[in-house]
Ligand binder design. Structure first.
Ligand SMILES: [Zn+2]
Length: 319
């Protein structure tokens, strides 16, 4: 991880935002009209910097007028202080800090600013990366019909992982995409490979953003019925439903080494061991997501809720 690389990208972002100031700190806005409004955020988790090269390059192209967005296009960097020291967050996970009634910590205050910007969006997109390695990029968001329709329209990345909206992705607080969906704003949250700079993260982010801007420029602001029929015509997503979460019980829980996001496991396969030597077993065949290695965490870090989750293909979610 190159901290110089991060600082340089933030500096390039700052230069652009001086010419195209956005509505909140560390945001930039382009476009002649106020609506429809597409909002794109990155580094809400400070160490997930691999989407920045493509994002900042795109902003530079907009800056020199290489192309224009129909409507308003805002970019925002979520957690700059954490990014500068290559950490997910400083005091509290920013992506579990939305929708709070009282704010005290810096990340809670930042979430409040972001809420202002997101509330004005007609489509909200949040760029992330996974902690461990990933076999591909993928969408990860609660099932929300209008959000799913937009994911189909954009078409990339081709894997759409979703879950019951009543089952919060984390019970520790609300994510930015949940915040948007709770306000009936379609949103996408996407993982672009493992955190940090890589060619695959850069290329997949670039391809995604190109498709997103293209499709949003054409269709954002159209009536819901048109968006729905557009999304029906496009059918390139593979949908996976999260059907199981393995609870993390202690810092001593050990998954087998080097599990990747989207790795397939078979029912009954031994995936690790608990501190009491009991095996951790895959309850069903499916794809592993968000594998955790708690012993690698900083001793003061809050333990995640799940050791891994399991998702299975679903074919019955057509709009
Ligand atoms: Zn993230």
């Amino acid at each position: 991880m190159s901290l110089d690389g991060v600082a340089e990208l933030i500096q390039r972002f700052e230069k652009i935002k001086e010419r195209h100031p956005g509505a909140i700190p560390y945001s930039a806005s382009f476009g002649r009209s106020k609506k429809p409004h597409l909002v794109i955020s990155a580094i809400i988790h400070g160490d997930e910097v691999g989407t920045l090269p493509a994002l900042v390059s795109l902003m530079e192209e907009l800056d020199v007028g290489k192309f224009e967005f129909r409507g308003k296009l805002s970019f925002v960097l979520g957690n700059i202080p954490a990014a500068r020291i290559n950490q997910r967050y400083i005091d509290r996970d920013l992506n579990r800090s939305f929708g709070l009634k009282e704010v005290k910590l810096d990340e809670e205050k930042r979430a409040l600013e972001l809420e202002d910007l997101i509330s004005d969006a007609d489509l909200y997109v949040d760029l992330h990366q996974t902690i461990e390695s990933s076999l591909d990029g993928f969408h990860i968001t609660a099932f929300h019909k209008e959000s799913y329709e937009w994911a189909r329209i954009v078409g990339r990345p081709g894997k759409f992982v979703t879950h019951d909206p009543d089952e919060g992705f984390s019970t520790a607080g609300i994510c930015s995409d949940e915040f948007a969906q709770n306000r009936a704003i379609p949103s996408m949250s996407i993982e672009f490979f493992q955190k940090g700079f890589s060619k695959e993260a850069e290329i997949s982010t670039k391809e995604f953003l190109a498709n997103l801007l293209n499709q949003a420029s054409l269709h954002l602001g159209k009536p819901a019925s048109e968006i729905k029929s557009l999304s029906k015509e496009k059918n390139s997503l593979e949908v996976f439903w999260i059907m199981y979460r393995e609870k993390l019980q202690s810092r001593e829980d050990r998954l087998v080494e080097n599990m990747s996001n989207l790795q397939e496991v078979k029912a009954g396969e031994v995936l690790g061991v608990r501190s009491d030597n009991l095996s951790i077993v895959a309850p069903e065949t499916g794809l592993i997501l968000f594998p955790k290695y708690p012993h690698k965490l900083h001793p003061a870090a809050t333990l995640p809720e799940s050791l891994f989750v399991l998702a299975q293909a679903r074919e019955d979610l057509d709009p």
